[in-house]
Unconditional design. Structure first.
Length: 177
């Protein structure tokens, strides 16, 4: 029973790390991202690969050409071992609003993160991430929803999301459950 409980706790901690990283990437928050990777970690996204520092320089502040992202996580298949290592595959849909200079476009990518996790001093973080791409779809020209949605205006500015500086920052620092 103790082994099963430890496995459940480890899987929950790993899943929390993956969720925190997705939020950090979408909000371009270096502190959140840094809490999920070991400083000596590496990544390989096919189009870019390297050290954790190179990854962070790429993701924060993010490309000016990518105005907004949203990473929607699917199931995670997590296999921890008895030696403080775990392998994990997580399905992801990543949306990107791309600024082209001639009108924004929307793109969605479906793929999987293959993560090697390590537990050090009781904490699980990513030691290596490889991205597998299963599909990509160019959704074409973006709709300007900043002032409303489906013909209805937003009653306040804070309803439109942004990569950084949107209402979610205020929500997590001031709003109580």
């Amino acid at each position: 029973m103790e082994t099963e409980l430890r496995t459940l706790v480890d899987r929950a901690a790993i899943r929390w790390c993956i969720e925190t990283l997705a939020r950090g990437e979408d909000r371009r928050d270096a502190q959140l991202i840094g809490s999920c990777w070991w400083p000596d970690a590496t990544y390989d996204f096919g189009v870019k690969a390297g050290s954790y520092d190179e990854y962070l320089d790429w993701v924060v502040p993010g490309s000016d050409a990518i105005a907004n992202t949203q990473h929607v996580l699917g199931q995670s298949y997590i296999v921890p071992d008895a030696n403080d290592h775990a392998k994990c595959e997580t399905h992801v849909l990543s949306y990107h609003r791309i600024v082209t200079g001639q009108g924004d476009t929307d793109m969605c990518i479906g793929g999987r993160y293959l993560d090697n996790f390590e537990r050090r001093e009781g904490e699980w973080r990513i030691a290596r991430r490889v991205m597998l791409y299963d599909w990509c779809n160019d959704w074409g020209p973006s709709t300007d929803w900043a002032s409303g949605l489906m013909g209805q205006p937003f009653p306040a500015d804070h309803y439109a999301g942004h990569a950084s500086g949107d209402f979610s920052e205020h929500f997590f620092t001031t709003v109580r459950p």
